[in-house]
Write a protein that binds this ligand. Structure first.
Ligand code: ADP
Ligand code: ADP
Length: 218
């Protein structure tokens, strides 16, 4: 049976950082909806062109576009053992669609670690985030700097600051999270799938908390 993990939490809490670490140790791929959109934007696909306007404003991309993008990603062969989902679902409509979609693989959502931290920490993390151009590896100018300034440790590619990590957009993204994504906390809690993790801890401690959740239930 495949295993599906949904990483839930506000923008900047550390979902992508943790998913990169966990995907190295687990035998399931890290699927980031944000990375998939950014790849489409870089390749100037129709989806990328449509998504860009929403992303730059810090709004959510419409559900139908997002769901069909994730659906085709989950159908790729490397997902046969499951997936670690980062940034999807972000609305109740997407959560329903995910259940239907995982049914196609005889799977279901198995764990929902909910990583949380106070808003000032999120703002500080987003405004100091540097992202790798090639593969989306994540750094922070103070908390998790690369060995060489501006260069990714993993693949040597250039680091850049995301357009939507600028301050006005950051504030809107956090507001959008509270309105549209936070209802998923109760949704998954009611299903007995949610486990809370303190995202204000160090990267290493958050990883240890996540590993404990996955090992305990797995
Ligand atoms: P998300 O995917 O939830 O938006 P990221 O993983 O991209 O979050 O992390 C946001 C920023 O915070 C990045 O710059 C990252 O290096 C940094 N960061 C992630 N986890 C921690 C942590 N536990 N402590 C300090 N900084 C962190
Ligand atoms: P972060 O981890 O910092 O919250 P992401 O990289 O996950 O940011 O997402 C960046 C942007 O991509 C979001 O602000 C939104 O515009 C769009 N996006 C990503 N995932 C989704 C989704 N599941 N539904 C709608 N829009 C999404």
């Amino acid at each position: 049976m495949p295993t599906y993990i949904v990483l839930l939490g506000p923008p900047g809490v550390g979902k992508g950082t943790q998913a990169n670490i966990l995907a190295d140790t687990a035998s399931i791929p890290h699927i980031s909806s944000g990375d998939l959109f950014r790849e489409n934007i870089a390749e100037k696909t129709d989806l990328g062109m449509l998504a860009q306007a929403y992303i730059n404003k810090g709004e959510l991309v419409p559900d139908d576009l997002t769901i069909s993008m994730i659906r085709s990603r989950l159908h790729q062969p490397d997902c046969k053992n499951g997936a670690l989902l980062d940034g999807f679902p972000r609305t109740i409509v997407q959560a329903h669609a995910l259940e239907k979609l995982l049914g196609e693989f005889n799977g279901k959502v198995d764990y929902v670690p909910y990583i949380n931290a106070p808003e000032p920490i999120l703002v500080e993390r987003l405004s100091g985030r540097w992202t790798c151009k090639e593969n989306g590896h994540i750094y922070h100018e103070k908390n998790n700097p690369p060995k060489r300034s501006g260069i990714c440790d993993e693949d040597g590619s250039e680091l850049y600051q995301r357009e939507d990590d600028k301050s006005e957009t950051v504030v809107n993204r956090i507001a959008v999270y509270f309105k549209q994504t936070a209802p998923l906390i109760d949704y998954y809690r009611k299903q007995g799938l949610l486990t809370e993790v303190d995202g204000a801890q160090s990267i290493e401690k958050v990883t240890a908390s996540l590993m404990a959740i996955i090992e305990k239930k797995g």
